[in-house]
Design a protein around this ligand. Sequence first.
Ligand SMILES: *[C@@H]1O[C@H](CO)[C@@H](O)[C@H](O)[C@H]1NC(C)=O
Length: 342
Amino acid sequence: MPARLFILYLFVVLTPVVHCSSNLPITPYIYERLVYFIKASSISSCISDNLLLVNKTFNDGGCPPHINFCNDEIINPTAGQTVIELVLNAKKGELGSGYLAVDHGKKVVILAFRGSTTRQDWFSDFEIYPVNYSPLCVKEYRKLIEEGKIRECEGCKMHRGFLRFTETLGMDVFKKMESILESFPEYRIVVTGHSLGAALASLAGIELKIRGFDPLVLTFATPKIFNSEMKQWVDELFETDAIEKGSILKNEIQFRKGYFRVVHTGDSIPMVPPFYHPAGLEMFINKVGLPQNAEDIEYRGKNNRLTLKDGFREGMSGLVEDWLHVYEHRAYFIDVVGCSEL
Ligand SMILES: *[C@@H]1O[C@H](CO)[C@@H](O)[C@H](O)[C@H]1NC(C)=O
């Protein structure tokens, strides 16, 4: 093991783990949703081969037939009722691709982002440099502040690399979302993604929230992207404390809206970059290998304890690029490996 990796490893292992587990059960419903949405996230990698087609259902060519999740109604009973509404195609090889689909069976609108990219330099010193955060929907943001509905995100900074890649999140997405919700006002919105795609899902979720939607943001294996001021603001925006309290009160995870973070305990990506912070409510996968069942998941709620000490930036980026490919980063209920068999 190279020395720098070993030192980092020691820090990961020795950082005290302080958390008060709320012991809320992972119900069959929540487990089913977690598996469903990691698969929905995973098929976003089919976008690079133009294999997701607009205005088609999953099992009618909207999504590649070699994927069981797309065409096998035993594996995905709502495949025939899920229509792809929009495909976001980022510049070749760049982050920011995703799709918008409506599952009329589950009554959810899915906005999923692709995690893989051919330009994996997201953790280079330049990319992780914190920059001031400002939402895309500035007009709506200002209005909410004036109305006293949210507070200004003061001192908010975030990971530059991800902020840059919200470019594809244009008016098309919001307009489409608005028109879907007009026709189906009772549908819920779920914004999701794995790894780097989860970082984009976080930002898209914030924009939707600012535009008056009330999404469930479900991130898998997301790196940390906010400074502490922004983490606080994001938790306020998504009412993390209130959802946590409601869940404990009812002894049932409130899983209709808010910001959630699913983390594999052996995955290093959710711990980096060390000087940034995660937000939201956490669920941990405590089993390394597949299959991972409901009893392998632990709800930890507002915990956000994962920290590596600052000062370990040197040589980080190379390491992190490696971590993006290790098994523990991919083993989230399925092996998340691009547009292949699911
Ligand atoms: C999808 O359907 C909508 C509404 O019918 C239409 O406006 C749009 O052009 C279609 N898009 C494609 C790519 O076929």
